[in-house]
Design a protein around this ligand. Structure first.
Ligand code: PEP
Ligand code: MG
Length: 540
């Protein structure tokens, strides 16, 4: 089994035989010639041939792909007729005596550079056109065009690179996915593959060789991976994933853009829980209404030392910007127990789950806490941010947090740094203590988020990490259920929002009960977003 890593540009999983088309080497040397007029004639012949090819491509794709997509070929044809482009190539041949191929390479570099330096995004998109057109000319000049023979059965097509023209020539019925050695996500070929919904991975590198022709392969456009000769276990796992993905896609088609309303019209938000910036892609892929829990500790765990304010700010800003105004709830660091960062020098504890973790660490080390809060408030102007604090057990902790927030805001004000003054703060309700004083706590914050994982652990005295106790770990034990109910009632009495973000939020058996309790949002793993949204629409 060989696993090659690339960049996933179109999601989806394809499983099938690999058919490899490698373009023959183009052999473009920087040769000089005395017969400059002959080279110019060769260039113009290649240009005419390329124009005819592009006209054919436009005609054959406009119906299936629509005017917008097919217009790529019109733009490329215009470039081949552009007097500046033609003059540039002809001058290079005439003045420097270069051969036609080398003059085209120079034109490709020069015009790409020119388009890149122009600030206009539309003009920048022509870089891909210049490269595609030049590549087409070079293949004609070197006689290295490949005939795309129609594969006899549906298969995964692989190549050193595909052009937009290659992509539209494929018979969609026979192509399961696309893999390339080179290529980029921004190329027209990648954009067209997306329009055709063809799972695609680019940039697999030189190891993606012709020797794999005819071998069984799995193309994972979600992860950006090509697996050749998968073992049985991998094949079975990926078949299951493929089925899951296809079901999700069907659901997505049905639910995209629709509200999460029950039959009787009650509305509930469905958000995604994520633990890395990559999670944002999956959350968006599954059309989550927002991020209900970003476990910020991943930034600390992945770092060799305390992450700087700037590093954190960049992560938060990126997430907020990519969620484009949808709700993003970021939880401050929740280290401790199984989540450790060595540079915090955690002491060995007899009962780590009852030990030095989460908000206890933040309040004991206010400088570290302030760095995180400054990064969060600075990022707040880039989207719709709420800040969430983990493992609260007392009103005093909330008051300490609010005091530190006040100091942070004062600092930012004095530095003239902008932040959103209306950034809401919430607390995790994940200890029985917090539930029992939730009436008091509700007066101090803007929202609650119930963490059923820890709430179950602490209510039932069952270690959530202990596999032997798995059968006892019941997030909907009547005691936990009552805790959730009590929290929801106290939140609503105080007029604040209450969400659930533990794993129980995704359990379809309890969706109806959560709706009846008036829970405002359920935040679940990204892959559970669509099944839950579907379930909500079936509830009363
Ligand atoms: C929880 O405890 O339910 C929760 C969502 O937080 P975590 O799983 O990160 O402890
Ligand atoms: Mg927790």
């Amino acid at each position: 089994m060989v696993v090659l890593k690339g960049i996933g540009v179109v999601s989806g999983i394809a499983i099938g035989k690999l058919v490899v088309y490698m373009h023959p080497d183009k052999h473009i040397s920087r040769a000089t010639t005395e017969d400059t007029e002959g080279e110019i004639a060769l260039f113009n012949e290649a240009r005419s041939k390329a124009i005819v090819q592009l006209e054919d491509l436009y005609e054959s794709s406009v119906e299936d792909l629509g005017e917008v997509n097919a217009s790529i070929f019109v733009a490329q044809e215009m470039l081949l007729e552009d007097s500046q482009y033609i003059e540039y190539v002809e001058d290079k041949i005439r003045e420097s005596h270069y051969n036609a191929g080398y003059a085209v390479v120079l034109a490709s570099d020069e015009f790409s550079r020119l388009f890149t330096t122009i600030e206009d995004k539309y003009m920048q998109s022509h870089v891909a056109d210049v490269r595609d057109v030049s590549e087409r000319l070079l293949r004609i000049l070197c006689g290295s065009e490949i005939e795309m023979a129609e594969p006899g059965e549906p298969c995964i097509l692989a190549s050193d690179d595909f052009s937009a023209g290659d992509i539209v020539q494929f018979n969609r019925e026979r192509v399961l996915g696309i893999a390339t050695m080179f290529g980029s996500p921004a190329s027209h070929a990648s954009i067209l593959a997306g329009t055709m919904n063809l799972p695609s991975v680019v940039g697999l590198g030189q190891e993606m060789l012709s020797i794999y022709e005819g071998r069984c392969a799995i193309l994972n456009g979600i992860k950006g991976e090509l697996i050749i000769d998968p073992d049985k276990k991998t094949l079975d796992r990926m078949k299951r994933k493929q089925k899951e993905y296809e079901e999700q896609q069907k659901m997505l088609l049905l639910l995209k853009g629709k509200n999460n309303v029950t039959k009787s019209g009650a509305y509930i938000n469905v958000y995604a829980n994520i633990s890395s910036t990559e999670g944002v892609d999956t959350a968006l892929l599954y059309d989550a209404g927002g991020i209900g829990l970003l476990r910020s500790e991943f930034i600390y765990i992945e770092s060799q030392t305390y992450p700087s304010e700037e590093d954190q700010f960049n992560v938060y800003r990126q997430v907020l910007e990519r969620m484009r105004g949808r709700k993003v709830i970021i939880r401050t660091l929740d280290l401790g127990t199984d989540k450790q960062a060595a540079y915090f020098r955690p002491e060995k504890e007899n009962n780590p789950a009852l030990g030095f973790r989460a908000i206890r660490i933040s309040l004991a080390q206010p400088a570290i806490f302030k760095t995180q809060l400054r990064a969060l408030y600075r990022a707040s102007v880039y989207g719709n941010l709420d800040i969430l604090f983990p493992l609260i057990i007392s009103k005093d902790e909330v008051l300490q947090i609010k005091k530190i927030i006040k100091e942070v805001k004062k600092e930012l004000d004095s530095e003239g740094v902008p932040y959103r003054k209306d950034t809401r703060i919430g607390i995790m309700i994940e200890t029985p203590a917090a539930v029992l004083i939730s009436d008091e706590l509700a007066k101090e914050v803007d929202f609650f988020s119930i963490g059923t994982n820890d709430l179950t652990q602490y209510t039932l005295a069952i270690d959530r990490q202990n596999p032997k106790l798995e059968s006892y770990f019941n997030a909907l034990h009547p005691a936990v259920y009552k805790m959730i109910e009590m929290t929801a009632q106290n939140a609503h009495k105080a007029g604040i929002q209450v969400d659930i973000c533990g794993e129980a939020a995704a359990d379809p058996e309890y969706t109806q009960s959560f709706i009846d309790m008036g829970i405002d949002a359920l935040s679940v793993s990204p892959n559970m977003v669509l099944p839950l949204r579907k379930k909500i629409r079936e509830c009363e």
